[in-house]
Design a protein around this ligand. Sequence first.
Ligand code: R5P
Length: 300
Amino acid sequence: MPAPLLISGTANPPLAEAIARRLGARLAACVLDRFPDGEIQLELQEEVRGADLYLVQSTRPPAEHLLELMLLADACRRSGARRITAVVPYFAYARQDRRVSGREPLGARVVADALAGSGVERLITLDLHSPTVEGCFHLPVEHVSAVRALAARVRELGRPTVVVSPDLGAVKLAERYARELDLPVAVVHKQRLSGSEVATRGVVGEVKGHFPLVVDDMVSTAGTVAAAVEALLEHGCLPELMVCASHGLFVGQAVERLRALPLRRVVTTDSVPPALGVGLPLEVVSVAPVLADAISRLVE
Ligand code: R5P
């Protein structure tokens, strides 16, 4: 296999380095700076003509990360790269994958078109909010998952006795964890009140006397997880829960909310820089192996 060439954006350089190490590949040098007014200034430091390039960048907010990826892709295209693949461990705007009121944008589609327009020819991404987001792309998408690796770490840490979906949208994900761990599934009925506030309306399934594992694709403000844990405690689960999510964004009140809950472990990945040193019982599983494997399958 010819060695692929990787370039890292600034969203999570340690992950890009870990992927490159696993592949025995090089990270091409690129200077990322700012013009005095704040615009991103970027320059490749070496020849990429003819290269099979992999641009590693999560598009987590601020939107600068997305813009950086687009500028990188354009620089590579104009410098004669043979093929440009974006490796996006966390693909933001994926929750805007449908219009509910009819007056909102289809954010996932906007981002997909912007990436394609800037020169990205293929996408490798991990645990999209919903598999339907793939339909927003005209370019080929390699959609990989951290669920198996996360479930394996949960198993090592001590086996919970029921997998809980904190809302109806995560039921299929909970079923995947349940298959990996050979456990039953319960579901919390969630109602979203605002971007950061949720309420629960009940729990379907047996949770009394159980050790729950609450799973989701992401933890953002932790409103969903906090509401689910409260509902589970009200329904008699044991006060020793675990939370597992592919993308640990931990924004807003997330850390305070999670610290106030009786959580034994919060298991997540390094798809975005992990929230270490903030007093959470965090376990981080690296997604470098699964992303490196995806790259090695595509290298030409
Ligand atoms: C929602 O559909 C997602 O799967 C997550 O449940 C949600 O985005 C988590 O957000 P938060 O942590 O702010 O409740």
